[in-house]
Design a protein around this ligand. Sequence first.
Ligand code: NAI
Length: 462
Amino acid sequence: MAQYDVIVIGAGPGGYVCAIRAAQLGLKVACVEGRETLGGTCLNIGCIPSKALLHASHMAHEVGENFAALGIKIAAPKIDWAQMQAFKAEVVGQNVKGVEFLFKKNKIDWLKGWAELPAPGQVKVGDEIHQAKHIVLATGSEAASLPGVTVDEVNVVTSTGALSLPKIPKTMVVIGGGVIGLELGSVYARLGTKVTVVEFLDTLIPGADAEVQRTFARLLKRQGLEIITGAAVQSVETARGKSKVLYQLRKDGKEATLDADVVLLATGRRPYTKGLGLEALGVKLSPRGQIETDAQWRTNIPGLYAIGDVIAGPMLAHKAEDEGMAVAEVIAGQHGHVNYGVIPGVVYTAPEVASVGETEESLKAAGRAYKAGKFSFMGNGRARASQVGEGFVKILADKETDRILGAHIIGPAAGELIHEICVAMEFGAAAEDLARTCHAHPTYSEAVREAALACGEGAIHA
Ligand code: NAI
């Protein structure tokens, strides 16, 4: 019977980062993973392969739509789907092997198989039982189901199937206008698919800044995506490789159907805890199936912790990573901490959408006095020179103290730009601190500074 200080269950971004940090802190660590490769959903069938397809399809779109204006004459691009898939597989392969290398480097044992918890302090993998002083559950999430919709991963797919379709479909209906639906919908729209997004709520990406939502919907429509909001999907019927999606408009109850070669179900994800034996162990779950933890990721069972998608909070790889590092530090007797008020969210479409902290809507709801500084990328020379002048940066700051409370960006490299604001927020900076920081010219980052200036005396180029 092997004896460990820590056994981490699940080798996604939460689990593998936790294992590495625990090993760096001198603990004897194993990580259980039943998938053939390390990296979890994110590296194998999520963040990384989707970014490979987003990059490839964006390149195709640029060649087809934007090269002529630059004086580059080129024939319309032809898509070699098999090669695009091979590129994606290569990227995934490099990433998952990288994690394997890091495990070896940090002397972390990879216990291959699916874990069960027969008793506190014990992890069963196959026929073997391993002992651990601390066990961290990092088992992630799976696509949520929708009544009336049967996923077969061929005609009706989740994000998993959508990343590996045998061919580019002529028509696709995306159920759910959230992050997955819009990222993967964008991929296929750029490759020539007629994409229709059906969203239950009245806006896309629920919870985002309302102005960003409106700009985003306008730009996606211009890229050819059809968007139907306020519509609840009732059922999907599939026959001979064709599907019919029935939806009902919430405002008047009217029903309509859409035909599709492929239907992508992207209505959220739910925590994944199957087969662990949590019920028998008496682990407390929330009504939504999330494992309940205290502020230091302890469950109600001594020595058992949980992090990432399987607990409350945004289902984001980087949130899981932060929790993974912090819980390893707690286990090692240090003071691991995650600042949940400064977790950025990014949608990797073109343009990108990024946000952190409060929105105008959440501040209004809380009755807080704030000021908003906004700057359009149209006033940013670099963005215009790069054909990406759409969108804006908005910074929200406390009306009295000028402390930054949130930021919302839609535009070029939004997913990178957001981080200077995250760092500023971590340090409790005021908008004036950003405004007084010299930013290189010409960069997209100047738009962030201008938005910060707009919280004070005003932006220069607006
Ligand atoms: P989501 O929660 O972002 O969006 C789901 C959407 O489906 C919501 O807008 C919801 O109103 C809608 N919906 C629900 N029921 C519906 C119905 N019957 N008919 C029509 N629409 C309906 O979930 P999504 O996009 O599936 O993503 C799952 C998780 O993965 C999220 O937590 C997301 O943050 C994460 N993720 C993050 C990425 C990123 O950070 N770039 C990329 C991909 C996923």
